[in-house]
Design a binder for this molecule. Structure first.
Ligand SMILES: C[S@@+](CC[C@H](N)C(=O)[O-])C[C@H]1O[C@@H](n2cnc3c(N)ncnc32)[C@H](O)[C@@H]1O
Length: 247
């Protein structure tokens, strides 16, 4: 039986969605809708000064860390729970500074970072409010938080339970995401919708697997693929970019 150190999708004998090459065949090394494009758009509008210290939390294989270092000359490092993804990342770029750590307890000093990046991760953690206050602790005053994630555009749907834990099951709606940020001590610079990138990824997955339920079956089990597809459709998922500042 395959086991994983990441909070496991069900059932346990199926591969972990984010560690599996099946999803990465569609996304590439940046395991999210749009690849690196949303982060690049954010950095062009909200640039960091050269050499700024950034932490990419839930960095996966470190695709963003590599970009931040090589293209923007930032002192970026990445942390993730998954040993599998960290070692895949180290194989592709040997010198990437990646380490295993939980978003809930970052091994960095208070106020030590100019930026925190968090892409498609907040929807996976058990307590996003606690994680946001951890990011706030790690950032210096005026430090910037850049996140992108799945969000619910139909928050009132509660008829369709998602059978497995993933970015969709943990997704919040816009109001809640922004409310949690403000409560954690951030001020908002930008909320932007990039849902077309999620639609493009879904289209790619349908071309590759025949249908979304066929894709989901590989992770959720044969009997749950259809339920996943219907539940995801009912929540009307979108994809957002958020930029905020520690006040
Ligand atoms: C959808 S993938 C995104 C990976 C990366 N940010 C990217 O865009 O390529 C979600 C990542 O979050 C990580 N993750 C989930 N829960 C975490 C936690 N509590 N602390 C740290 N990383 C976590 C997973 O291991 C996985 O690499």
């Amino acid at each position: 039986m395959k086991t994983s150190n990441v909070a496991q999708a069900c059932p346990l004998n199926k591969p972990n969605l984010y560690e599996s090459p099946v999803l990465r065949n569609a996304t590439g090394a940046a395991i999210r809708p749009g690849g690196l494009s949303v982060l690049k758009a954010a950095l062009e509008r909200f640039p960091f000064k050269r050499g700024a210290r950034l932490l990419d939390v839930g960095c996966g294989m470190g695709a963003s860390v590599a970009l931040l270092r090589s293209r923007y000359d930032l002192r970026a490092i990445g942390m993730d729970l998954s040993r599998v993804l960290l070692s895949e990342g180290a194989k592709s770029v040997a010198s990437l500074p990646l380490a295993q750590a939980r978003a809930e307890a970052l091994p960095v000093a208070d106020g030590s970072l100019e930026g925190v990046i968090c892409e498609c991760v907040l929807s996976l953690v058990a307590d996003s409010k606690q994680v946001l206050s951890e990011f706030h602790r790690a950032l210096m005053p005026g430090g910037r938080f850049i996140m992108s994630d799945i969000y619910r555009r139909n928050p009132s749907d509660n008829k369709h339970a998602l059978p497995c834990k993933n970015c969709f099951s943990g997704a919040s709606d816009r109001e809640r995401i922004l409310g949690n940020l403000i409560d954690a001590g951030f001020s908002l610079h930008l909320w932007e919708d990039h849902s077309h990138l999620l639609r493009e990824l879904a289209a790619k997955l349908i071309f590759m697997h025949g249908s979304m339920s066929a894709f989901w079956e590989q992770f959720a089990g044969e009997s749950n693929g259809r339920q996943m597809e219907e539940a995801v459709r009912a929540m009307r998922p979108g994809y957002c970019l958020v930029v905020a500042e520690k006040t």
